[in-house]
Ligand binder design. Structure first.
Ligand code: LIP
Length: 290
């Protein structure tokens, strides 16, 4: 695994968090206010993996606003059309995380915006330093910067976040998600069959970013998923860490495409060990880095 570069000394992390919140809110307003009654979609990796016109419009807005607010930074987004930068900072954005929920008008999707140092295309060579994850229909905005703690700001005001003080995996509520390819889903389901008797229960909400934030605010005790890309997890994993949760992957504390997990500290060791065993048994490697 490559080393993560040191934080540039002149980086104002609180200001980066403010920028993330500002542009996430603008994109959130767009995807809610301008959602067409007939939502156009285009298939991506499979016929069930789709992108909507609003995913694309949301990413275009994020790119436009970040070009104004942070012109020297790079942008990497889920959809086509990122851009290189010269500052060493990259904005890793998911314009709509939980696209299928958005398509069905289920209010569990997010705009995720994270500023990262290092190369987000190389596992272990990057880390988020500021982030905002917005659930546009509910107005709940999860936000954090490294060393600044994590907060939830929304209609009920603003509060700091802490992961749950749970220590018994058998009493833990664990979130997960599934990929879009049938053969991958079959393997993920076999993993779930072995995991389900070991925990209180499982939830599948449909947005990795919000699942990671759920661990941060105690709505989940743990979360795992295989096959996530950097943009799915960059924002939510910082919020989780700043709320005192632990995050990791197949080896140590580096989430990768092969496995991303987040957990309250009291169950992290047991859950991560179980997940490493079960992903090795049922899923293996899911392919390219990210
Ligand atoms: C989604 C993830 C979610 C996963 C879904 C999908 P998308 O991202 O956030 O955790 O289970 O299958 O990949 O595709 O909506 O941006």
């Amino acid at each position: 695994m490559s080393a993560v570069p040191a934080l540039p000394a002149d980086l104002d992390l609180a200001d980066l968090e403010r920028v993330a919140c500002e542009v996430a809110r603008e994109a959130g307003r767009l995807v809610v206010d301008e959602r067409p009654t007939e939502l156009g979609t285009t298939a991506k990796s499979t016929r069930t993996d789709v992108v909507t016109e609003m995913d694309q419009r949301s990413q275009e807005l994020l790119l436009e606003r970040l070009a104004v607010l942070r012109p020297d930074d790079a942008v990497l987004g889920e959809e086509e059309g990122g851009r290189p930068g010269t500052s060493g900072l990259t904005w890793v954005v998911d314009p709509i995380d939980g696209t299928i929920n958005y398509l069905y008008d289920m209010h569990e999707y997010a705009v995720s915006v994270a500023a990262v140092v290092g190369d987000p295309a190389v596992p272990g060579a990057w880390r988020p330093v500021a982030a905002a994850v917005l659930n546009p229909p509910t107005g709940e905005l999860f936000h954090a910067h490294t060393g600044g703690g994590a907060r939830l700001t929304g209609p009920g005001g603003s509060r700091s976040l802490r992961a749950n003080p749970v220590s018994d995996l058998g009493l833990s509520l664990v979130g997960t998600g599934f990929g879009y390819a049938a053969e991958v889903r079959e393997r993920q389901a076999r993993l779930l069959v072995d995991l389900l008797p070991r925990v209180r229960d499982v939830r599948r909400h449909g947005s990795a970013a919000l699942d990671l934030c759920a661990v941060a605010c105690g709505r989940l005790d743990g979360y795992y998923e295989t096959g996530l890309n950097a943009w799915d997890r960059a924002g939510g994993m910082l919020v989780a860490v700043e709320a005192g949760a632990l995050v990791g992957g197949p080896v140590g504390e580096v989430p990768t495409r092969d496995l991303t997990w987040a957990a309250a500290p009291g169950i992290a060791a047991e859950l991560s060990a179980l997940l490493r065993e079960l992903t090795s048994r049922h899923v293996g490697s899911v392919g390219e880095p990210g």
